[in-house]
Design a protein. Structure first.
Length: 214
């Protein structure tokens, strides 16, 4: 089983819970013989932002024109992200809620892979058809506040967004571990984090079992 772990927080695990979730997952699977685990660190990769420069590169490539350095970097970065996702049976995203949404670098990974004909297509009647239903996405996310109540849930645009993209559009089955409220309830923070990390360990161990039984 090929597992792609997309690491989307460059803060140390001593300061960031989603980084601790990433480390916990990696520690659990490190000795699994039937898992091929690859990390894609969006903060370490050369990933220029998605925009007109990329579309210029597409046009130049079609016309056989010379690409600028930035255009070459964009095409290479986009292809690398798509290749990594293509090779994965399971993709694990470890990310925080920052300012109600995902980090910009993770958004760039999404932008690179959110492509018609690759992740999805449309039927002749205009209906969206997901092209990755055989894959699984695991969302490991942390948020210091509480966003699971009916009042606050509409404000949460990190895990919700990732679920909509990779589950709703790409068609992957979704599992998730969300740790929340550790900043809002400091007296319960240690328990909240510990219980969340236990769930990370459990979901990582379940992959080992799946791989053995495959």
């Amino acid at each position: 089983m090929n597992i792609l772990v997309v690491k989307a927080n460059n803060r140390p695990a001593t300061e960031a819970i989603s980084s601790k979730m990433y480390e916990t997952f990696m520690e659990t699977v490190k000795d699994a013989k039937d898992l091929n685990v690859t990390t894609f660190d969006v903060f370490a990769e050369d990933m220029p932002y998605f925009g007109q420069d990329l579309f210029n590169a597409f046009g130049k490539t079609q016309n056989g024109e010379e690409l600028s350095d930035l255009e070459q970097r964009l095409l290479a970065a986009k292809q690398k992200a798509m290749d990594a996702l293509t090779a994965a049976d399971v993709v694990v995203f470890a990310f925080p809620l920052w300012n109600l949404t995902i980090p910009a670098k993770l958004q760039t990974f999404v932008d690179y892979t959110y492509q018609a004909g690759y992740a999805f297509k449309y039927s002749p009647e205009g209906q969206l058809i997901s092209l990755m239903p055989e894959k699984k996405a695991i969302l490991l996310s942390a948020r210091g506040g509480i966003y699971s109540t009916p009042e606050s849930a509409p404000m949460e645009m990190a895990a919700t967004y990732m679920r909509n993209v990779f589950g709703g559009v790409f068609g992957m089955s979704i599992e998730e571990v969300i740790i929340e409220g550790h900043n809002a309830m400091p007296d319960k923070a240690e328990q909240i984090v510990a219980e969340g990390l236990e769930r990370v360990t459990a979901i990582a161990k379940s992959l080992t079992t799946e791989a053995v039984n495959a």
